[in-house]
Design a protein around this ligand. Sequence first.
Ligand code: SF4
Length: 358
Amino acid sequence: MPVATNVGIIYRSTAFSIYLMTQSIFNVIASNQPQTWQEILSDLITDPKELVEALNLNLDSKPVSMAELRKFPLKVPRPFVLAMKKGNWSDPLLRQVWPSKEEDIKKEGFSPDPLKEKEVNPVAGLLHKYQGRVLLTTTSLCAVHCRYCFRRHFDYDSNSPSREHWKNAITYIKNDSSIREVILSGGDPLAASDRQLSWLIERLESVQHIETLRIHTRIPLVLPQRLTLNLSNLLRKTRLKVVIVIHCNHAQEITDLVKAGLNLMSECGIVLLNQSVLLAEVNDSSEILAELSQKLFSVNVLPYYLHMPDKVTGTVHFSVSRSKALAIVKSMQAILPGYLVPQLAQEEPEKPSKTHLI
Ligand code: SF4
């Protein structure tokens, strides 16, 4: 089909030109930024003092929880910092990464493993919770440490990904023909190199009953330089249907560079969905979430899930009550078309699927 192929090439090259143009604009604006995603990943901001200085803030006015910082260190990629508003402790992006003293708050019902993932971990590196799909902890590495993360206490040491683990996981998948979808999670699966992803995808596509590869990732928002032409080529050539679920919580995260990277992915036929976590003082209003849905749609991403935050130790300050969550989604229903209203859901251990709350 030469005509279609040519059109495809034109589309792809247009997307790539826009991507390159945006990259170079980005590099001019932030001329001291490293250029490759690997370089940015190896130069994350890990010192709270450096972060507050970059944002013209004062460390004394928002003390950190030293205990939680030691257990779950600060990690922020510089492109994500550029998307934050300076001089504003209430910035919704900053709140997601700041190891606030509020993390010391203890509350009944909060625990290190609220989803009881240890109980659905039959092979190292693989979680089998729901019928027909399994999750691989592709890498323990994340580009950012989100303070609300439900895996902030996950036992990555026992599930640390290695080819040996992956081989055992693939054998498990081969032996269960009811599994049709493999979800790459982490850590963040896009923190793995193209070589590692390619190795893994080749093995997964050789399992006949696997049809879909789903990638759950926050990297497109915090390190959009990772969405390269190489990656899109890698994902285009697999026989598996590829779905990327980005984890975007606020419209402010969708910068021009994010838009260009997502455009590159959607041009090669990847289905793009979003899941957000409902977080107090980040996105707990129908106006903020409606703006997010509209902005997502403008970059070819459909809202998919809005998750109630999991009750993980250290995250009490992000809690939103169920009644408030329901009211927010009802307001969204009144102002948005149905396809832009995400499903309000909660993960509960020992349930055969997520609980839809509305
Ligand atoms: S990127 Fe995902 S896994 Fe990593 S800290 Fe954030 S929420 Fe957790």
